[in-house]
Write a protein that binds this ligand. Structure first.
Ligand SMILES: [Zn+2]
Length: 208
């Protein structure tokens, strides 16, 4: 299997997200699950803005590192979401500012953080679950993702950042951008009394 195109696609997405301020420093990581069970994932301590396709970590289907640099320390997030989201083939995790800010608001519904504000959030993301705060590297993050039983492609880790899966890398990338912009919108409007889309329209849009 020629991995060059997918390696390059991961680096292009990372560069694009970094250049537009969706992530910063060495935060954020991207993975793709290949049809043969191997995983390509961004390395630890790497800037998404400056990835080298040859450096991406390659893991075999048992999760052993078999090529490239050492994988991100946040690999358990990715593994847990792939285990529970059967159709997912790509995952993007960011420490994007507005999503992190929204995750710290009081009174969020952990089963569905954002109200139905816009059609594209409902169509591209659907619902976002909120998980409690865990220290980086805490194995309980993976357990909490397992406990969601694959019901969510979009998960926000409190005081940390979003994790979004997709059928393709492009899907996961556009969904996490939609989530970040939704968080920004939510912070802009605050908790004022607004007109949300009604339940019928939300139900229709989530099926699109
Ligand atoms: Zn993180």
């Amino acid at each position: 299997m020629n991995l060059t195109p997918i390696r390059e696609e991961i680096c292009r997405l990372g560069q694009s997200l970094f250049a537009r301020g969706y992530t910063h420093g060495t935060s954020g990581n991207i993975s793709v699950l290949l049809d043969d069970g191997r995983m390509l994932v961004t390395p630890t301590n790497a800037s998404l803005g400056d990835l080298d396709p040859a450096d991406l970590a390659v893991l075999d289907s048992d999760g052993r590192a078999v090529g490239g640099l050492a994988p991100t320390k946040e690999l358990p997030l990715h593994s847990a979401l792939y285990r529970t989201r059967g159709a997912a083939r790509a995952i993007v995790h960011l420490h994007s500012t507005h999503s992190v800010a929204a995750s710290m608001l009081p009174d969020l519904d952990p089963a569905d953080i954002f109200p139905p504000m816009t059609p594209y959030y409902l169509m591209k993301v659907g619902r976002t679950a909120l998980l409690p705060y865990f220290r980086p590297g805490d194995p309980r993050i993976a357990e909490a993702i397992n406990d969601l039983q694959g019901r969510y492609s979009s998960i926000l880790l409190a005081n940390h950042g979003p994790v979004v899966s997709g059928i393709t890398l492009a899907d996961a990338g556009s969904a996490i951008e939609e989530l970040e912009q939704t968080a920004k919108l939510y912070l802009l409007v605050g908790h004022r009394q607004l007109r949300w889309l009604d339940d019928d329209e939300a139900l229709y849009l989530r099926k699109q």
